[in-house]
Write a protein that binds this ligand. Structure first.
Ligand code: AMP
Length: 209
């Protein structure tokens, strides 16, 4: 299965992508995670991307497209993938369409007020990228990753002012992709409120239609 996950920051793309990846036995490819690791490692790509990420803006298309193209060529992506956070612009969607066909684009949608709450309560494991939420999906032991015991961190771009900027960036640059995929008959709409498991079941049902 070759899937794209759309939705504003805080809609739960990372959480649902991880569940879908386990369920469908295909890799989750998160461009945000790849970029954050590049920043942490101080690579050339990371150095170029950091300022954009810290201010809630999109990293330029040419960098992200080249990075995603390289990742999609890896062996594990041959049997399918869940793209989490890519494409984010029409230019990225056009580039992706030249690289591969897709089975569906799932749009996780949610009221704007909910988004701020979701982002500001998010905690992530910097080692294995597991996503938690202090209220909705807390780790078993406060502050550490269930899987590897690494102390959890708050993403640099989850400060409320940056979250607002990321939502604005989403509305301007990424929301047009909903129509783009609807026009191509690939869009599946999923209401992303409720328990993680409920949203997951809704997504699985939507993929059957
Ligand atoms: P995410 O983890 O998906 O919320 O991404 C975090 C940040 O990484 C975004 O706010 C962007 O600055 C950058 N980023 C991730 N994916 C993309 C993309 N497809 N295009 C441009 N920038 C991206």
């Amino acid at each position: 299965m070759r899937l794209v996950l759309l939705g504003p920051p805080g809609a739960g793309k990372g959480t649902q992508a991880a569940k879908l990846s386990a369920h469908l036995s295909v890799p989750r490819i998160s461009t945000g995670d790849i970029l954050r690791h590049s920043v942490a490692e101080g690579t050339e790509l990371g150095k170029k991307a950091k300022a954009y990420m810290d201010s809630g803006k999109l990293v330029p298309d040419e960098l992200v497209i080249a990075m995603t193209e390289r990742r999609l060529k890896e062996k594990d992506a041959k049997k399918g993938f869940i793209l989490d956070g890519f494409p984010r612009t029409i230019a990225q969607a056009e580039a992706l369409s030249k690289l591969t066909d897709l089975d569906a684009a799932v749009n996780l949608f949610l009221e704007p007020e909910e988004l701020i709450k979701r982002n500001t309560g998010r905690r992530v494991c910097p080692k294995d990228d597991t996503v938690y939420h202090i209220l909705m999906n807390p780790p078993k032991k406060a502050g550490v990753c269930d899987k590897c015991g690494t102390p959890l961190v708050i993403r640099a771009d989850d400060r409320e002012d940056v979250v607002r900027k990321r939502i604005e960036t989403y509305e301007k640059q990424t929301a047009p992709l909903i129509k783009y995929y609807r026009d191509r008959g690939l869009l599946k709409e999923v209401y992303a409120t409720g328990l993680i498991e409920e949203i997951f079941l809704r997504t699985i049902e939507a993929l059957k239609t």
